[in-house]
Write a protein that binds this ligand. Structure first.
Ligand SMILES: *Cc1c(COP(=O)(O)O)cnc(C)c1O
Length: 458
């Protein structure tokens, strides 16, 4: 093992150097990936130098999500203490289902849940758990809401037409989860948004009334804190009023930007959170832990048990239910995703997490200011968002993004809202500074002028 840890350390040094010197790895076409890299699994193994050089070539060509040129997704960068915690979790290799097997790691997870409940304004009977990602924590919310309103579904299955509501700007996992839960895609209502991408409470009310008139039973509304493209925040208080009226479960999908609960300056964006039934947040997005670290909390701790506990004598042999986390989990064996968030939180404090969140908004403002002061750009996103959406000189966003990637200049993606396609640059990497944001634009501009020239010559 010691030898492998030494090798690990050597490979990490190599990775860090690559990240710095070649921040956007040379992409390999899918048709060539098996020719250019030694990925095959063969009868005979390889050891020592051959294995090391194979691993290095794989590292070299793997996209560098922690580099200063990665703006492509809703995660990025690397925070030392969080990475340390995750590496430790791998070494310890516990499964979170019982106290007997995970020991104090259970206490760590519960401490995280308790604190997130408090920060969210959740009251006495609240609790939660972790799952592999936001799609799964959203799935858990949907299942709890379904079982809360229709307890018989757990034994009898679905026999009525039941409907759920989410905005047209929300994450695709909501529809996908409707499929997985047996509700069906046709019973997901896509509610209209305003110009800023926020769900309309008025339209929600209308659609609910129509469904009731048509003999369907509404049960669940999903609000989003940070929509995937524009980073918009739905008005939780307004939606909560509608939900109270019709007795519907209100979930907040905060996978992207739910971490604003840590910021005194920005937590107003989730005003009304204390009125909701469940809330999910990805620490692997704004808080910068390694993937994946998704937390779900609910104000109905008993529903968490009702929906997810199953008796298993061979598993639950010691300790109270409180410390046997398998009783409230979607999975059986479950990776320890709590430790990485705990090591980060413990080392920087709640105030440190606040700084992490605030810094991302500051970086986004720097980017928006840059765009606003430069007539070659068109801005599509709004304040209070860490997604900076824009076009440059009317160059089609997908051409520019693809070119930047293929020529190893930058990794940035594009998105669509109201039929407009634009570049979406995300300032979620807390390690970045003002100059890195300016470098992003300089790189993009230089590249655009070069490739425009190329086109003229061609
Ligand atoms: C990223 C995201 C999800 C999905 O989270 P995963 O961890 O990728 O499964 C859900 N909702 C929103 C709003 C997101 O941005």
């Amino acid at each position: 093992m010691h030898q492998d840890l030494q090798l690990f350390s050597e490979l990490c040094d190599y990775l860090l150097a690559e990240e710095k010197n070649n921040p956007v790895a040379q992409p390999i076409a899918t048709s060539e990936v098996y020719q250019k890299l030694n990925l095959s699994l063969d009868d005979d193994g390889i050891i020592n130098q051959e294995l090391i050089s194979t691993l290095k070539s794989i590292i070299k060509h793997t996209p560098k999500t922690a580099s200063k040129s990665f703006f492509n997704q809703l995660f990025g960068g690397r925070i030392g203490k969080a990475t340390l915690g995750d590496l430790l979790a791998v070494m310890l290799n516990n499964s979170m289902y019982t106290y007997k097997v995970a020991g104090p790691q259970v206490g760590i997870e519960k401490e995280i849940i308790d604190n997130i409940c408090k920060l969210s304004g959740y009251k006495k009977y609240s609790g939660g758990t972790l799952a592999a990602g936001g799609s799964m924590t959203n799935f858990m919310a949907l299942l709890m809401a379904r079982d809360y309103k229709f307890p018989e579904i757990r034994t009898e299955g679905i026999s009525q037409k039941i409907t759920l509501y989410t905005s047209e700007a929300s994450h695709y996992s909501i529809s996908k989860n409707a499929v997985l839960s047996g509700i069906g895609r046709n019973y997901v209502r896509q509610i209209k948004t305003n110009q800023k991408g926020e769900m309309s409470a008025t339209h929600l009310d209308e659609v609910i009334q129509q469904d009731i008139a048509d003999g369907r039973i509404p049960f669940f509304v999903n609000a989003t804190a940070g929509t995937t493209v524009l980073g918009a925040f739905d008005d939780i208080t307004a939606l909560s009023k509608v939900c109270k009226n019709y007795n519907l479960w209100l979930h907040v999908d905060g996978a992207y930007c739910g971490s604003v609960i840590f910021s005194n300056k920005h937590k107003h964006l989730v005003n009304g959170l204390e009125l909701t039934d469940s809330f999910s947040v990805n620490a692997h997005k704004m808080l910068g832990t390694p993937l994946g670290c998704s937390i779900i909390i609910t104000q109905h701790i008993s529903q968490l048990h009702h929906s997810f506990s199953n008796e298993a004598d061979y598993l639950y042999q010691t300790d109270g239910d409180d410390f046997n986390l398998g009783k409230t989990s979607l999975q059986c064996g479950r990776r320890n995703d709590a430790l990485k968030l705990w090591t980060l939180w413990k080392s920087v404090g709640t105030k440190g997490l606040e700084k992490i969140v605030d810094h991302q908004f500051e970086l986004a403002k720097i980017a928006r200011d840059y765009i606003n002061f430069n007539p070659d750009y068109t801005l599509y996103s709004f304040e209070d968002s860490i997604s900076v959406c824009f076009n440059y000189k009317d160059i089609p966003a997908n051409l520019l993004c693809t070119g930047l990637y293929e020529d190893s200049e930058l990794m940035v993606g594009f998105g669509k809202f109201n039929k407009k396609e634009f570049i979406r640059m995300v300032t979620i990497n807390t390690v970045l500074e003002k100059e890195d944001i300016h470098n992003f634009f300089k790189t993009l501009e230089t590249y655009a002028s070069k490739s425009l020239l190329k086109n003229v010559v061609n």
